[in-house]
Design a protein around this ligand. Structure first.
Ligand code: FAD
Length: 296
């Protein structure tokens, strides 16, 4: 299986799909139906999140291995510092690599439910750059992705500080940066200029979350701080009793975002699919990537 640095050696934009480990058998079925559908569009890899507070410690690895086995597509295991000592992080890394995980999204993570801010456990790590350093030292060939925030991380005092902190992760050995979801392309492009001005040369991938329900996206943006354009909110408000209309508005918006991003030479698009195929499938159909790539 290819590592992230091999995947991003491609001359074409890299498409990836993010999913999360389901908690029920029904959720498992839905996930594999989603992957059966979306893998037909040949994503370069699938990434699997790590539950808040470390709740999916082994499930994330198991799911990555199953995805690699079933679809012969590289998987990337997300991994956070939350609730683990350095020794426990090393233990997880050893298990993941021994089982065939070759790519990791290295994250700090958020405070567990009920706590207001992230605090490292005693003997644990405080920031994602420390995790990147740990992985790179112990597993020099591991592919490492890190999170980037085109509209600034919620806790960062300003964009310059946040970017300097992103640079620490890159200097520690990350292979690619994956952006937080955003709905306003101008914000991503402005961030990319700052990113490039720092002489950062690893790929910056755009994170796109298709809107499937206005209520759901309101909750998600409130949590991660993504700016939601008023015009888009009004359109969704006008069809608040019509799920299909909301989905279609989300598909149209994400399609427009992706077309512009691809036209502007984005290194890749990472779809936050939330274990559903309906919106991503329509967007990928609209983009007709194979024709685009053949023409480029
Ligand atoms: P960091 O890079 O450590 O940054 C956190 C904050 O600290 C920022 O404000 C930064 O500016 C500051 N900072 C960073 N380094 C330093 C330093 N050395 N000194 C001082 N300040 C510093 N969460 C999950 O729980 N599971 C997941 O699977 C998951 N997947 C994600 C995937 C992507 C692509 C993205 C964008 C986010 C994901 N998250 C996930 C959410 C992520 O855990 C949160 O956004 C979290 O708040 C920050 O994680 P980070 O890795 O960006 O942290």
């Amino acid at each position: 299986m290819k590592s992230l640095s091999q995947i991003f050696a491609s001359p074409h934009p890299v498409i990836s799909i993010e999913i999360f480990p389901p908690k029920t058998e029904k959720g498992d079925r839905l996930l594999y139906e989603t992957l059966d559908c979306l893998t037909q569009y040949q994503p370069a890899f699938v990434s699997c999140t790590y539950g808040a507070g470390g709740t999916t410690r082994t499930r994330t690895i198991d799911l990555c291995l199953e995805i690699q086995r079933r679809y012969e597509i590289p998987a990337t295991a997300h991994f956070t510092c939350v609730g683990s000592t350095r020794d426990e992080l090393v233990e997880w890394l050893t298990a993941a690599t021994a089982n065939g995980v070759q790519n990791i999204m290295a994250l700090r993570g958020d405070a567990p439910k009920g706590e207001d801010c992230f605090k490292a456990v005693e003997g644990g790590l405080s920031y994602a750059n420390e995790l990147v350093e740990l992985i790179r030292t112990l597993h020099p060939n591991m592919g490492i992705g890190v999170a980037a925030y085109p509209e600034k991380h919620l806790e960062a005092p300003d964009m310059d500080t946040d970017l300097a902190n992103l640079k620490r992760k890159i200097d520690a050995g990350a292979d690619a940066s994956f952006s937080q979801l955003f709905f306003v392309n101008e914000n991503f492009f402005r961030f990319r200029e700052l990113y490039d001005a720092q002489q950062i040369t690893i790929p910056l991938v755009a994170g796109i979350m298709p809107i499937t329900s206005f209520d759901r996206i309101k909750k998600i943006t409130a949590m991660c701080g993504a700016i939601f354009p008023e015009e888009l909110a009004s359109k969704l408000e006008a069809v608040k009793d019509d799920e299909e209309a909301q989905l279609q508005i989300g598909v149209d918006h994400a399609t427009q975002q992706c077309v512009e991003l691809l036209d502007q030479g984005v290194a890749g698009i990472h779809f936050y699919a939330l274990n559903r195929s309906d919106a991503c499938k329509r967007i990928l159909e609209n983009l007709d990537l194979s024709s685009r790539m053949a023409a480029s």
